[in-house]
Design a protein around this ligand. Sequence first.
Ligand code: CO8
Length: 259
Amino acid sequence: MTNVLLEKKGNIAVATINRPQALNALNSAVLTDLDELVNVVRADSDIRALVITGSGAKAFVAGADIGEMSTLTPAEGEAFGKHGNDVFRRIETLPIPTIAAVNGFALGGGCELSMACDIRICADTAVFGQPEVGLGITPGFGGTQRLARLVSPGMAKQLIYTARNIKADEAYRIGLVNAVYPAEELLPQAEKLANTIAANAPIAVRACKKAINEGLQVDMDAAVVIEEKLFGSCFKTADQIEGMGAFLEKRKHEPYQNK
Ligand code: CO8
């Protein structure tokens, strides 16, 4: 992978979209590397949380590659949208938690990539937006769906219909990001958050992600059944036995083993 760099740091990993000369815009090659990133992370049971960020000081991802898209036919446009949607859905359904550390422009496909992650935090220099209607297209990598689910439908519609960019403080106010940090603190804070998650019992953390994501797709009666099954699946794991045993013995639990 040359367009996405992966660095493992203990039980977490940091993936960096690496096409700074085009502000990390998503062309087919970047999408293919993101797909490979999912394969690598899925295969490595040591990685318990993943941070995704962009290279350079200016952009997280400045969108899908406009040059590559400009000459597409309707069928090719649909296929390009499917490529992005398939990859982003694979990121969204990674078993481990994902954190988008948005270090600058997150426009179009960049905003959409951040929304495929579980948690978004950003630098005070970040800019979010779905500028597509200003280019004659709709959001195509899940933006119409995920933005409407993450903020209110009315706010999502206003941002998408107007193609207006918003700064970090407004992204925080509408609930698109969980926290805003000075730019130089963003990655350390993202890694700190990832390490906090990674220190908890990994089987339980993964079960929580699955329960929340799958539960949101169904009605409450079905949702609580999803939770019950995942709750049950944690019992008799080594980490559940150690975690509860440590509490009862009034001691700190041993590091969780992911077993
Ligand atoms: N695609 C391709 N190249 C890009 C993109 C992009 N999205 N964004 C920036 N670049 C390139 C520029 O062309 C430029 O290249 P070069 O140096 O060779 O001229 C380089 O990156 C640096 O960019 P700028 O000189 O423009 O930098 P500025 O600081 O002046 O401006 C901006 C930064 C404001 C971020 C500006 O680059 C910009 O507006 N970029 C485009 C943002 C945008 O509209 N993104 C949305 C694209 S549409 C989309 O993402 C749809 C997703 C779904 C697709 C579904 C397909 C079916």
